[in-house]
Design a protein around this ligand. Structure first.
Ligand code: KIV
Length: 297
């Protein structure tokens, strides 16, 4: 990690991340909004990925498939505003780059123009080579992502560890070499045996950033809500929770609710007051008195 102080921020670029191979581990995390981006950037992380995991962690979907380019761009704009130093990578959502290279380039350009991300990420290996080449040719740095690619959940039949047989491991290495040759500046390795993560890392000249790919990758990335303990549902084997933010929030919510119910909130210090010495006078005229009622017939 760069350990840069708030007053001494240096912008991290895609070439700088590429040059980190063999120098120092790359520390990366996802972020989806302004507060999480600020916290991650101020902690000195190198890379912030606006991950399409937002579909699950923030929007509550079961998979990443439904999230749209517009939703990703809205999140990336908020992240961008919170980041001074880290490299901001915008994840290209499912369907935004899968059919044609020209459409993929247009989507990537829209991402960069609207959210000012520093790079974009696409999932897939050898099958994405034309798309990676086209986006790189449009001057946009590309981070690749192979192994357990969540956008392939329908083809894989679930979120399953990849590269477990020797044939599958050879195919993974081919994918890694293909995205490197296509011009990717780094590659995420997700959900693969640690031994294969090590071999791919040794073989490539670009950095590997692992998530469930063992300790030998050139960097590590986790999902923000997993790291801080704010995720719901299944916890993957590769997750280490460094805090229990869900419990902290639940405690705060119930204390507030109890205080309101018991009229302990707001107190004098959370209330505005008239200037000292102001005499509180009646704020309304006396209501007009009713005329006497006449005889009722
Ligand atoms: O969307 C995401 O959060 C990701 C990381 C798991 C790498 O792609």
């Amino acid at each position: 990690m760069s350990h840069i102080t708030a007053g001494n921020k240096k912008k991290i670029t895609a070439p700088a991340i590429k040059a980190r191979k063999g120098v120092a581990p790359i520390v990366a995390l996802t972020a989806y909004d302004y507060p999480s981006a600020r916290l991650v950037d101020e902690a000195g992380f190198d890379v912030i990925l606006v991950g399409d995991s937002l579909a699950q962690t923030v929007l509550g979907y079961d998979t990443t498939l439904p999230v749209t380019l517009e939703e990703m761009i809205a999140a990336a704009r908020a992240v961008r505003r919170g980041v001074k130093s880290a490299l901001v990578v915008g994840d290209m959502p499912f369907g935004s780059y899968h059919d044609r290279a020209d459409r993929a380039v247009r989507a990537a350009i829209k991402y960069v123009k609207a959210a000012e991300v520093d790079a974009i990420k696409v999932e897939g290996g050898a099958n994405r080579v034309p798309i990676i080449k086209a986006i790189v040719a449009a001057e946009i740095p590309v981070m690749a992502h192979i192994g357990l690619t969540p956008q392939s959940v329908l083809r894989m039949g679930g979120f399953k560890v990849q590269g477990k047989s020797m044939d599958a491991a050879r195919e993974l290495l081919e994918d890694a070499l293909a995205v490197e040759r296509a011009g990717a500046f780094a590659v995420v390795l997700e959900g693969i045996p640690a031994e294969i993560g090590r071999v791919i890392t040794e073989r490539l000249t670009i950095p590997t950033i692992g998530i469930g790919a063992g300790p030998d990758c050139d960097g590590q990335i986790l999902v923000f809500t997993d790291l801080v303990g704010l995720s719901f549902g299944h916890k993957a084997k590769f997750v280490r929770e460094y805090a229990d933010v869900k419990m902290v929030i639940a405690g705060a919510l119930s204390r507030f609710a109890e205080d309101v119910a018991a009229r302990r909130f707001p107190g004098p210090q959370e209330s505005y007051h008239l200037p000292t010495g102001t005499v509180l006078e009646p704020l309304e005229e006396e209501p007009p008195s009713m005329p006497p009622l006449g005889p009722i017939n």
